[in-house]
Design a protein around this ligand. Structure first.
Ligand SMILES: CC(C)(COP(=O)(O)OP(=O)(O)OC[C@H]1O[C@@H](n2cnc3c(N)ncnc32)[C@H](O)[C@@H]1OP(=O)(O)O)[C@@H](O)C(=O)NCCC(=O)NCCS
Length: 173
């Protein structure tokens, strides 16, 4: 069994490390979420293995699998990137696995992520949500999450440029 790194009893979500056995579901998830992402597309298993290696060895990043403690299932990927422990900042992002969306898990994983980030010594999380990502905008509001503004033409998807909404989450407010 893969050891649990963090348990949030309030939101009933636990985090564990990503292991190679997670790669198939992550390949599907990350590519499906491409329309909402700022990062690179993973085309094949070689890309995927490069991504996994970079992710597992980069000390400024932290990628964990979220488990729904009520059913014991892996439900998504939670990421902290560009971790800056001196200033207490990091970027945070969520991907709920495709067949688990729309059941309230996004919010639970988000709040568990906040608790996990606090445990790591972080004070502020930065999030960026593309303007057309309605479900993500819904969960990333309220409870101390504050919209700072819009970054115009933040990413190009096909022939379209898309704005992103920049959000700050002060974890102790
Ligand atoms: C965005 C994402 C994390 C949300 O997680 P989820 O578990 O599906 O979301 P939840 O079930 O917790 O709730 C989403 C909320 O958005 C609402 N919602 C969902 N789709 C919506 C839509 N098209 N328009 C408006 N609201 C929508 C839901 O009604 C719910 O609101 P409520 O709780 O007030 O009823 C998930 O869909 C996902 O992983 N998407 C792909 C990757 C991604 O976009 N990640 C975020 C990048 S910033």
């Amino acid at each position: 069994m893969i050891p649990v790194l963090f348990e949030d009893l309030k939101h009933r979500i636990a985090f564990r490390d990503v292991v190679e056995g997670d790669l198939p579901v992550l390949l599907v998830t990350l590519n499906d979420s491409w329309q909402f992402r700022h990062h690179w597309r993973l085309n094949n298993i070689e890309d995927q293995l490069r991504w996994f290696k970079e992710m597992s060895t980069n000390p400024l990043n932290c990628n964990v699998i979220a488990i729904d403690m009520d059913v014991g299932d892996a439900v998504g990927l939670y990421r902290l990137t560009s971790i800056d422990l001196t200033r207490g900042f990091a970027n945070s992002a969520i991907d709920i696995f495709k067949d688990k969306r729309g059941r309230g898990l996004g919010r639970r994983v988000l709040y568990t992520g906040g608790e996990y980030a606090k445990e790591k010594g972080l004070k502020t999380l930065w999030l960026e949500v593309l303007e057309h990502n309605a479900a993500s905008l819904v969960i990333h509001t309220g409870r101390g999450l504050k919209v700072l503004g819009v970054r115009r033409d933040a990413v190009r998807i096909g022939s379209r440029f898309i704005n992103s909404v920049v959000i700050e989450w002060r974890l102790y407010e």
